[in-house]
Design a binder for this molecule. Structure first.
Ligand code: UP5
Ligand code: MG
Length: 196
């Protein structure tokens, strides 16, 4: 992908921080394409004949990170399919990269990111949101045990990605312990400051 034409913004944050919710707002109001790595993995899991179905299912339930070969291929395919005719496209890559080596691989082999939007939310608040969603979501990982594992993976493995980007001044951090509309108001201001 040509970084002159393609804009990639990573959207990170713990499980239930509100990544998907805010991406939908941005997709509605800006010309972003929203690609959720978790959604792409769940689609691949359910695709008849997928050789990765069982693997993805096991990893998601355990809150573990699916090998990046699978996720990067899914993201790359989805990006190719979503690119506009003239080639200029802005992507929100939601929930990826979740590991430092994934960040390096994606930026080297697919496209460098412009910056990362990081939704910073307390575990207490995220847990309440996920348990509430779990009543109706049907997601195999919205149960107390999987949530605990997801939090652990986030702290141990995914936060280092945010820390590394942060040290390079490539993170826009948003306080996410507040109602969705309040968060979104801040997001808009902070994006404008970055020329979006
Ligand atoms: N909600 C949202 N914002 C709110 C607010 N401000 N106030 C009150 N409620 C709010 O929101 C979660 C819930 O909270 C919803 O009910 C929402 O209405 C409410 P959502 O916007 O969905 O939060 P999000 O951060 O997107 O939470 P999600 O559960 O999707 O986060 P995860 O990061 O856990 O899930 P994801 O789908 O990205 O990944 C799932 C699994 O896939 C991972 O654990 C991993 O096993 C695997 N995976 C990989 O292996 N590799 C990848 O690259 C990506 C995923
Ligand atoms: Mg999500």
């Amino acid at each position: 992908f040509d970084p002159e034409k393609i804009t990639v913004i990573f959207v990170l944050g713990g499980p239930g921080a509100g990544k998907g919710t805010q991406c939908e707002n941005l997709k509605r109001d800006y010309s972003f394409k929203h690609l959720s790595a978790g959604d792409l993995l769940r689609e691949e899991q359910d695709r008849p004949g997928s050789q990765f179905g069982q693997l993805i299912k096991d990893y998601i339930r355990e809150g573990k990170i699916v090998p990046m070969e699978v996720t990067i291929q899914l993201l790359e395919n989805a990006m190719r399919a979503a690119i506009d005719d003239e080639g200029k496209t802005k992507f929100l890559i939601d929930g990826f990269p979740r590991k430092v080596d994934q960040a390096h691989a994606f930026e080297a082999s697919v496209c460098p990111s412009k910056f990362t939007l990081f939704f910073d939310c307390s575990e207490e608040v995220m847990e309440a949101r996920l348990l509430n969603r779990g009543k109706t979501s049907g997601r195999a990982d919205d149960n107390p045990e999987s949530i605990r594992k997801r939090f652990r993976t986030f702290v141990e493995t995914s936060m280092p990605v945010v820390d590394e980007f942060s040290a390079q001044d490539r993170v826009v951090r948003i306080e996410a312990n507040q109602p969705p509309t309040a968060i979104y108001d801040i997001v808009k201001v902070r994006l404008a400051a970055r020329g979006i």
